[in-house]
Every structure is written in structure tokens, then in C-alpha cells.
Design a protein around this ligand. Structure first.
Ligand SMILES: [Zn+2]
Length: 242
């Protein structure tokens, strides 16, 4: 088990730095890098059910491979108990609205989305983070979704990172990529592992917004204002004449 093991976190960070982009890992046939085979072979069981969408069978195998690759990495990074003897993850493909949904260790994936977005393995990684998070009930949804997209876009798919924001419609509580970008910026700007700290507080059900002030000296609104000053998309009035 990796809980609180610094070596596991160091390994996870090393792997993040080393693992190639998400799509590159899985489009050229099954292969799990030797470096992390010891993690993969610890007994995690991933099942695939395409009985409701047989046309997704090949894609489902790629998704399974990605989950086997990333589950131990995400578990180590988010300091989640890694006891694969009890761990099974089920990938279920079927016709449904939307993209995907996760309930405990079952990730249900919309077959229509797979057909129209064949390169979107990253959304399965997002759902995998939810499986690993497994936080107690009633934790902050914006952070749950923000951390999932942080793992996806700041660890695996950097090409999906948003570059600009809009003060009128974006907010750190929007979750997803916006929150992911905000967390990534705080980590860089204030040199503090805010994702790991936030994750631990959510896991222990002790998260409060003042965590950000404790770690950076500024509250969330002040941090967001600073983030906006640096990343907001220029409007017509603020654009410099060319
Ligand atoms: Zn989500």
C-alpha cells in the first residue's frame, strides 16, 4: 500500500514527467512501460462490458489499458489507499446521453460520444480520478471536478489546457478546466502543492476555503483576482493598438 509513502509520490511525479501524451500511449497497440509494470502487476482488475455497445469493443480495450496504466499513478499522487486485491474497476459502454459518469468503481461511458470523439481517452482518465478520489460525501464539487481535470490536463494532456479566461463568465468555482488551471497556477506561482493538500483535506473531510489562505497568504477571491489579471483574454478596450 502506498499511503503516505514518499517514495510512491516521488515515483508518481517521475512517471508523470516521463509518460508520453495520453493518446500516444494507447493508439499504437497495447504496451505498458516497463518502469511501471511493477505497479500494474499488483492485481488491479479492470473489466469491460460492451454488451450494450459492441461497436466500442476495440476502443474499450484501449480505455482498459489506459486505466491499468494510470490507476496506480493517480492513486499514488492522490495518496489514495492502493490495495488492488480489493480493487476492481468496471468500464461499461452503453447508449446514453452525455459523455460518461462514475459511481464508486463503475465508469459508464456513452457509446455515441466514443463514436464522435474517438481520441477522447482523456475523459476516461477524468472519470478514473473520480474512482480514486472516493471522497466522503458532500465534498466541494468544484474541487472534485477541478482536481480531475488538473490530473487530466496538467499531467497527461497538456494540449487541452485553456490559456485565457474571461472575468465575466469564468470563476474558480466553475470546476473542470477552469479550476484545474487556477490550481496549476497557484502551484507554480506560490510554489505550494495545493492539489495534494486540497485532496488530502477532501479525503479527510476537513476541507475549508481558508486552506488556500494558509498555504499562500491570500484568500481564494484575492488569488482569483490575481489569476485573472494575468490570464484574462484582452477585451476590445484593453487591447493595445497594433
Ligand atoms: Zn467529473
Amino acid at each position: 500500500m502506498f499511503r503516505s509513502a514518499n517514495t510512491a509520490v516521488a515515483l508518481a511525479i517521475a512517471v508523470f514527467a516521463w509518460v508520453p501524451p495520453l493518446n500516444a500511449q494507447t493508439t499504437n497497440g497495447p504496451r505498458v512501460p516497463e518502469l511501471i509494470q511493477p505497479l500494474v502487476s499488483r492485481g488491479l482488475k479492470v473489466t469491460v462490458d460492451t454488451s450494450g455497445a459492441p461497436e466500442c469493443a476495440d476502443w474499450a480495450e484501449r480505455a482498459k489499458e489506459m486505466v491499468e496504466l494510470w490507476h496506480p499513478i493517480v492513486s499514488a499522487y492522490l495518496d489514495a489507499p492502493l490495495d488492488p486485491s480489493e480493487k476492481e474497476i468496471h468500464l461499461v459502454f452503453k447508449e446514453m446521453k452525455g459523455v460518461a459518469a462514475t459511481s464508486k468503481n463503475v465508469i459508464t461511458i456513452a457509446s455515441g460520444w466514443v463514436k464522435s470523439h474517438p481520441n477522447d481517452l482523456g475523459m476516461v482518465l477524468h472519470e478514473l480520478v473520480h474512482v480514486v478520489q472516493d471522497y466522503p460525501p458532500t465534498q466541494s464539487v468544484w474541487l472534485i471536478e477541478g482536481i480531475a481535470d488538473y490530473i487530466r490536463f496538467w499531467m497527461a494532456e497538456p494540449e487541452g489546457q485553456p490559456k485565457q479566461f474571461n472575468r465575466a463568465k469564468d470563476n474558480y468555482r466553475n470546476g473542470y478546466r477552469t479550476t484545474g488551471a487556477f490550481l496549476a497556477w497557484i502551484e507554480k506561482q506560490y510554489k505550494t502543492p495545493i492539489v495534494r493538500d486540497t485532496n488530502l483535506a477532501l479525503r479527510r473531510a476537513t476541507y475549508k476555503d481558508n486552506l488556500f489562505e494558509e498555504k499562500t497568504g491570500k484568500n481564494l477571491d484575492a488569488l482569483w483576482a490575481e489569476f485573472m489579471d494575468r490570464t484574462e483574454k484582452p477585451t476590445a478596450e484593453t487591447k493595445r493598438p497594433t
